[in-house]
Design a protein around this ligand. Structure first.
Ligand code: C2O
Length: 324
């Protein structure tokens, strides 16, 4: 069945991995609310997302996340709810419209990129609303360039709301990331070149877009591998980042995904076209927006970041010259 709307009449308890503490993931008042079709505002100024290592809006970001974390758990804008959005869309909570037997799963799937684009879009809009700055833009963790190949310091300050304790203790800065991490730590000092070659392969020679039947290259590597590299190996499922249901509890999740989202924009700048299959174009999701409306959005409205009012700061792409 085509990946379309989660059936808004039903949001069930998530399927969690063994050892996970039981949690609820469905949005507050979901059953009682009718979703409305989202109308994208007319944005006059673009929000420019900048790299985490060179991010000048850190104080605003910290302030906004602090407010999110102080909201009651059942508030649609709370940090808990933001992370549960991910849990619900990856944990079989929803099923596909008209197909109660098919669970909605946004991973290993061709809806991976557009779903996460919308998810980050509302996350950013809500943060901007909380600090009353409609131009607020989140940072991206550009692990695809040497300056970004370790956990960015904005996420490692223990007194910051962007810190999270559940991360792999052996991967703290200045440990170089292994974009192809398979669970084993080896001595990789100096392997910037290997990371660049991985980026080249995943982003140019393979197909970054998923197909109807499975993941695109970028979802597998470095998307999944970076999740696993961050997750805390002392936790039953490498929580937080190493498990889908818990990943978005870690603020680094949104930095990681902003870079995945940026990769999508970069491929398009290479002349690639979005998938035209109507099943793909019309696939839709529901989110709470910054005004606490439950809104339905669709893939085809997510193809152009400028239409959504944001763009990425242009940076050099050192991996373009790293053909293995
Ligand atoms: Cu929805 Cu990085 O996973």
């Amino acid at each position: 069945a085509e990946p379309v709307a989660p059936d808004v009449e039903g949001c069930n308890k998530p399927t969690l991995p063994p050892g996970a503490k039981p949690i609820a993931c469905c949005p507050p008042n979901f059953e009682k609310k009718e979703s409305i079709d989202y109308i994208i505002p007319n944005y006059e100024t673009l929000r420019i997302r900048k790299p985490a290592h060179d991010y000048d809006d850190l104080e605003k970001y910290k302030e906004a996340v602090k407010i999110m974390k102080s909201l009651p758990d059942d508030h649609p804008h709370s940090w808990t709810q933001q992370s549960r959005v991910h849990c619900a869309y990856c944990g079989n909570s929803y099923h596909q419209h008209g197909h109660t037997e098919v669970a909605m799963q946004v991973h290993n799937s061709w809806i991976f990129l557009p779903f996460h684009r919308w998810y980050l879009y509302f996350y950013e809009r809500i943060l901007g609303k909380l600090i009353d700055d409609p131009n607020f833009a989140i940072p991206f963790w550009n692990w695809d360039a040497p300056e970004g190949m370790e956990i960015p310091s904005i996420f490692t300050d223990k007194s910051s709301p962007l810190y999270n304790a559940l991360r792999n203790h052996n991967h703290q800065p200045p440990t170089l990331i292994n974009l192809n991490w398979n669970g084993a730590d080896v001595d990789r000092s100096g392997d910037v070149g290997e990371n660049l070659a991985i980026m080249y392969r995943q982003a140019t020679s393979l197909s970054p877009y998923s197909s109807k039947t499975g993941s695109g290259s970028i979802e597998l590597v470095p998307h999944n591998t970076v999740h696993d590299w961050i997750g805390d190996t002392t936790q039953p499922n490498f929580e937080d980042m190493g498990a889908l249901y818990s990943a978005a509890r870690d603020p680094i999740f949104y930095g990681h995904h902003a870079n995945i989202d940026r990769m999508w924009s970069i491929w398009k700048s290479f002349g690639r076209n979005d998938i035209t299959d109507p099943d793909y174009q019309n696939a839709s999701y529901v989110f709470y927006d910054e005004n606490e409306n439950l809104v339905r959005v669709k893939n085809s409205d997510a193809f152009d970041t400028k239409k959504l009012g944001y763009d990425y700061k242009q940076l050099d792409l050192p991996w373009l010259d790293a053909k293995p």
